[in-house]
Write a protein that binds this ligand. Structure first.
Ligand SMILES: [Zn+2]
Length: 265
């Protein structure tokens, strides 16, 4: 039986956006909401698992997004050499989650078959659909595949004892959440199956969606996978940094420990 994992959320950048852009259904919200760009990392004595890999500096600047810290700086901030990362889970291939794959030369990459099928399909001829993705990230994934380093999975899979993948879909066809066994039990890194706690509380999803029923079913699925809402980590909510700040004071700014209990939201 291997040790439970330490699990961290790492903020790579942020942006302010109109609040109404964050909810599919009305009534429209006034004002702005901050959107954080995060990645996550799980480690125990045997494995170091990066969950997503942020966006590249080049793609970020082209899209007007500034990196507060690169994924390399973030990983090193935890005292980890990127070459020691054993696995990279790509929750989905959107540009802000799937850049920089070559940063982890020794890692096995985990992605859903449905996601790869989508980004290599004819649907990508539409700018309205392909602008969420970077062709370079897709090419990088395929290059890693040719090196035998990619595990394409379908549905549920186990990366290591205590790290599980679960296909949700909805946001993208192959969106997967990651369930990590920590000392406080299973914690679900929801990534973009859930952007904000508020999307979940109001059952009002973030509008970036390919399949609304799958998105809504995904909320129920995430709740089945986690003991309660305190064990669910949304993908872009600044509240993550606040709720887990108390037990993360010894960590670099912008990194919090998810294996500790959060404070009240
Ligand atoms: Zn996304």
């Amino acid at each position: 039986m291997s040790d439970p994992f330490e699990l961290f959320a790492i903020r790579l950048g942020h942006a302010d956006r109109p609040a109404r852009d964050n909810f599919l259904n009305g009534p429209a919200r006034e004002g702005t909401m901050r959107l954080d760009f995060d990645m996550w990392l799980a480690r125990n004595d045997e494995r170091i698992v990066a969950i997503d890999s942020g966006f590249s500096a080049e793609a970020g600047s082209r899209r007007g997004r500034t990196l507060e810290r690169s994924p390399e700086e973030a990983v090193r901030g935890l005292g980890i050499d990127p070459r020691a990362v054993t696995d990279v889970v790509v929750t989905h291939l959107h540009y802000d989650h799937a850049g920089n794959l070559d940063l982890f030369p020794a890692a096995r990459i985990w992605v859903q078959q449905a996601e790869v099928a989508y980004v290599t399909s004819d649907a990508m001829r539409h700018p309205e659909l392909n602008h969420f993705f970077e062709a370079d990230d897709v090419c990088s994934l395929l290059q890693q595949s040719f090196k035998g380093r990619v595990n394409q999975v379908a549905g549920q899979a186990t990366v290591a004892e205590g790290v599980e993948l679960h296909l949700i879909g909805g946001h993208t066809p192959g969106l997967q959440v990651v369930r990590v066994l920590t000392r406080r039990g299973w914690v679900v890194v929801a990534s973009d199956a859930l952007h904000y706690y508020e999307n979940f509380e109001r059952r009002n999803p973030f509008p970036g969606i390919v399949n609304v029923p799958q998105m809504m079913d995904g909320y129920d699925r995430i709740l089945q996978l986690a003991p309660d809402v305190d064990h669910i980590v949304p993908g872009h909510d600044p509240q993550v940094m606040e709720r887990y700040a108390e037990d993360s004071a010894q960590l670099p700014d912008g990194i919090v420990a998810l294996h500790h209990d959060p404070t009240e939201g």
